[in-house]
Write a protein that binds this ligand. Structure first.
Ligand SMILES: NC(=O)c1ccc[n+]([C@@H]2O[C@H](COP(=O)([O-])OP(=O)(O)OC[C@H]3O[C@@H](n4cnc5c(N)ncnc54)[C@H](OP(=O)(O)O)[C@@H]3O)[C@@H](O)[C@H]2O)c1
Length: 335
């Protein structure tokens, strides 16, 4: 019994694209570091709402051009693709800004605040013939491709149960952005999007969603659990801002089970258990948040190949995941 080989291409093999960084916050710094370490991608410019923050980020990361507005960044003719790393509440506005300037876009998760925004973003990209991909990086990681193959090749038999969890203790003091509803805070859009995306990868669209949850004083969803049913299969997804949970995932079928160790949404180890025994898959060489290089390399390859939509994470899937999360939040409002 062996794991299949990952089909994810080496990110260093993707042709170079000239990137502009929109919003120089925490994840933007991680993204630039990952690109520099593992790809041929070029980070040529950064844009901030503040000239000082743009200049400081440019100096820290040795980026040649910096702008004190997002409009100037997207209008820079040297920039071919924009990495939208603003808070989730701004993804719709900033993605449309970059697309209108004729730039390809990789936008951080969650894709948008809701499915209505997501549809508008997808339509704008299709109309412009530009690449737009959600940086739901888990989907682009080698170990997740291996899980996908185990499911599609029937190694696990009929999939009955998917479990996926992501909880962290993130107080308003430690993580103010996550306690701002207008910025797209809350457990679901920031953390729960990973379990929802994993369930979607394995089972596709749910035909029934059953969710319970509660709110923090700030008004964002603080903890929720949902069962996403697709046919006879159940995905159980849990997320919270109020405790550090195991952050693992598992796909369980009639012929076997694959478990993804913590943190399942980052490069992680796998354990496959079938009637033939148990086998472990070690970590891939690109570890931790360096895995952010995979979606960037994917976008660069799409552009080079003249393909607008991603076969790994099509726009229709990003929209569908927003629909699932809309329904979860609709049910929470009824609690
Ligand atoms: N893939 C991952 O593992 C991962 C990890 C963390 C976060 N994320 C995602 O990345 C996005 C950014 O998260 P982050 O942790 O990097 O956030 P952050 O550190 O707070 O940075 C966000 C940046 O957005 C800009 N911004 C624009 N409008 C803003 C507003 N109204 N309020 C506050 N900031 C605003 C700010 O830059 P300027 O004002 O200088 O322009 C700020 O530095 C989120 O969508 C989040 O879900 C992904």
């Amino acid at each position: 019994m062996r794991f299949p080989q990952s089909r994810v291409p080496d990110p260093a093999g993707a042709p170079a694209l000239r990137w502009g960084i929109l919003a120089p916050g925490g994840i933007a710094a991680t993204f630039v570091t990952a690109l520099r370490a593992h790809t041929r991608q070029q980070v040529v410019a950064v844009g901030s709402r503040s000239p000082d923050r743009a200049a400081a980020f440019a100096a820290r990361h040795e980026i040649g051009r910096w702008y004190g507005s997002y409009t100037e960044l997207v209008d820079d003719p040297a920039v071919q693709a924009v990495y939208v790393a603003s808070p989730t509440g701004q993804h719709h506005e900033h993605t449309l800004l970059a697309l209108a300037a004729g730039k390809h876009v990789l936008v951080e998760k969650s894709f948008a605040l809701d499915a209505g925004q997501a549809r508008e973003m997808a339509t704008a990209a299709r109309t412009a013939g530009l690449v737009l991909v959600e940086a739901m990086w888990t989907r682009f990681l080698p170990h997740v491709d291996v899980v996908d193959q185990l499911v599609r090749d029937g190694v696990l038999g009929s999939v009955e149960t998917v479990l996926a969890d992501h909880g962290q203790l993130l107080t308003p003091e430690a993580a103010p952005r996550l306690h701002r509803p207008d910025l797209g805070g809350g457990a679901l859009l920031d953390l729960g999007v990973y379990p929802v995306a994993f369930a979607d990868l394995v089972l596709g669209a749910p035909d029934r969603v059953t969710a319970v949850g509660g709110y923090a004083d700030s008004g964002v969803d603080a903890q929720l659990s949902a069962v996403l049913r697709t046919g006879a299969a159940h995905a159980v997804v849990t997320t919270t801002l109020t405790a550090r949970t195991p952050t693992t995932a598992a796909v369980c079928g009639t012929a076997g089970r694959v478990e993804i160790a913590a943190d399942f949404y980052t490069p992680a180890t796998l354990t496959l258990t079938t009637a033939a025994g148990r086998v472990d898959r070690p970590l891939d060489p690109i570890r931790g948040h360096d895995g952010l290089c995979f979606p960037a390399a994917h976008v660069a390859q799409l552009v080079a190949d003249g393909r607008a939509d991603s076969p790994v994470l099509p726009l229709a899937t990003s929209v569908r995941m927003m629909e699932t999360m809309d329904e979860i939040r609709r049910q929470l409002a009824l609690d």
